[in-house]
Ligand binder design. Structure first.
Ligand code: ADP
Length: 279
């Protein structure tokens, strides 16, 4: 072959090889992109399913108190009460259902904030002892109604850095659960003291306990053990999910020990000055 032509052919061959190799790289890149897109799509689908489940459970939980209020409104409208006592009784029920709705909506908003990464913990001075005492005072009517003996062993002042509102919510949930899930006439004991650089707290009740098979799910949102549903039909199963997030955002820990039929103790430890608050 003519040497010029030979050279031209070789040049064209080299160019062709380059083009083919570039195409090969592009094809590999496309496959990788395709895989990443498929994975992202699957994650979005899973997220979508989780969101639908969340909305469906939330809507289901909102429906019960709303139906109760609607039914009582209907009775009010048509004056269907036996007497004044009966009327007041039903109005009280409507008012309780409204409180329940507000608490539920607040919990749902908190869970949504946690899940979307918008949950904010604001650090300030908190007196744990004051906070626990205030919650216990608020729950006194429930304590009396259930004839519970409430014992508190709290150091006089336990000052820590934390989010006062959110920690109060945690104490409220743990104390209310201890009262709710304890048989009438039972005992609830709360203790809190500083040990080293953390606060050690315990919330013990002589109640229904948590079945072994269900312990693993206790901090999962919307989860309620079968024995708890039988005792209290209106719980949401959101309180402990939120409590765990709050305690962990403070750099603390929450866990429990329980025996079905004998009682439960929830333990909380909180650092006196969490790292996050030193900014
Ligand atoms: P809720 O009390 O509204 O159901 P929580 O998130 O506070 O929601 O609690 C989740 C579940 O954990 C309860 O439904 C119950 O099964 C269990 N639980 C929590 N505290 C106790 C307790 N002190 N004794 C027995 N079971 C408990």
């Amino acid at each position: 072959m003519n040497p010029d032509l030979q050279k031209k052919v070789e040049e064209l061959e080299a160019q062709l090889k380059n083009v083919l190799s570039e195409q090969h790289e592009s094809a590999k890149l496309l496959i990788r992109r395709d895989l990443a897109l498929t994975r992202a799509n699957e994650q979005l689908k899973a997220l979508d399913i989780r969101k639908s489940e969340f909305i469906s459970i939330a809507a289901h939980q909102l429906r019960t108190p709303l139906s109760a209020i609607k039914w009582i409104m209907h009775m009010l409208l048509h004056d269907e009460f036996r007497d004044e006592f009966d009327r007041k009784n039903f109005i009280k029920k409507a008012s309780d259902s409204t409180d329940r709705l507000i608490a539920l909506v607040n919990d749902l908003l908190e869970v949504d904030h946690i899940q979307s990464g918008k949950y904010q913990v604001l650090f300030d001075q908190v007196d744990v002892t004051e906070s626990v005492k205030a919650v216990a005072a608020e729950l006194q009517a429930l304590v009396d109604a259930r004839k519970i003996s409430l014992e508190m062993d709290l150091s006089p002042v336990i000052r820590i850095r934390g989010d006062a509102v959110k920690l109060r919510g945690v104490f409220q949930n743990l104390i209310e659960n201890a009262i709710k899930y304890t048989t009438i006439g039972g005992t609830v004991k709360i203790s809190a003291r500083i040990e080293g650089d953390s606060v050690q707290m315990s919330f013990t009740d002589s109640g229904i306990g948590i079945p072994d098979s269900q312990k693993i799910h206790i901090f999962t949102k919307f989860f309620r053990a079968g024995n708890a549903i039988r005792v209290d039909t209106v719980g949401s199963g959101l309180g402990l999910f939120i409590a765990k997030e709050v305690v962990e955002r403070h750099g603390g820990k929450i866990w429990f020990e329980s025996a079905e039929g004998s009682g439960t103790t929830f333990f909380v430890t909180l650092p006196v000055a969490p790292i996050e608050s030193n900014v």
